[in-house]
Design a protein around this ligand. Structure first.
Ligand code: IPE
Ligand code: MG
Length: 235
């Protein structure tokens, strides 16, 4: 039995869909479709494991600069996923949170994303945070804008600002900070994911491409996390 009580928030940088597809001489979309299936099985595994928060880095602010055809393919895929899984999320007690600026998407997708969040709002089994057009720097800049407003309106004095007060201005502050960040696909970087809240996260990197990341791969990462002593800089 894994010691996972301390794991409240697992975050995953799902990388490698494109390479997985090109290794099979397919278009990138083929990898994204398989990647979405992987995400589905990992979501249900996290629900079984009673991990309260799962974040999936689905599309970064930088990813949106990819060729229009890939963004269009991804947009259609997101629409299909919502259509296919809304009922299941409701039944399985999954609450969906979207993090990031969704105003770049077609209005149908924006409406559907808002609707599924509303429909799953009182679910308690798993908080699933899907980062879509999310960037850590963007989140910090948005927080800074709110801070300036607070100072200008006299709500807050500059010299009294604390880390936790600033942190509360960030959109991800509604969730616990990530305990463990897994990145698939072999690269050792954060790629503008949770820049502020990852200050004391543990990291697990694997060469496995996201479409191949199965429950056994997740078990390995959780096993490694469970034997890591976390001291948060204190002896
Ligand atoms: C991650 O896989 C999925 C998204 C960013 C949408 P990639 O598309 O980055 O796959 P590689 O890195 O090109 O293999
Ligand atoms: Mg990539």
């Amino acid at each position: 039995m894994l010691k996972q009580d301390s794991l409240k928030h697992l975050a995953i940088i799902m990388d490698g869909n494109g390479r997985w597809a090109s290794q099979r001489n397919h278009r990138r979309l083929f990898g994204h479709v398989k990647g979405a299936k992987t995400a589905q099985s990992i979501i249900f595994k996290c629900l079984d494991l009673k991990i309260p928060y799962l974040s999936l880095f689905t599309l970064s602010t930088e990813n949106t600069l990819r060729p229009e055809s890939e963004i269009r393919d991804l947009t259609h895929l997101f629409e299909k996923i919502i259509f296919k899984h809304t009922k299941q999320f409701i039944e399985k007690d999954i609450q969906l949170h979207i993090l990031g600026d969704i105003s770049i998407f077609p209005s149908k997708l924006q409406t559907d994303l808002k609707a599924i969040q509303k429909k799953t709002k009182s679910n308690k089994g798993l908080n699933l945070i899907v980062a879509l057009n999310y960037g850590g720097r963007q989140e910090i800049v948005n927080g800074a804008k709110k801070l300036v407003q607070k100072i200008q309106s006299g709500d807050l004095k500059i010299n009294e600002l604390t880390e936790s007060q600033f942190g509360e201005l960030l959109s991800s502050s509604q969730f616990p900070t990530p305990d463990l960040i897994i990145r698939t696909g072999g690269n050792l970087r954060l790629s503008n994911f949770y820049l502020w809240s990852s200050a004391y996260s543990e990291f697990y990197f694997t060469e496995t491409l996201w479409p191949d990341f199965d429950e056994k791969c997740l078990d390995l990462a959780l096993q490694k996390y469970s034997v890591t002593e976390r001291k948060f800089g204190v002896l």
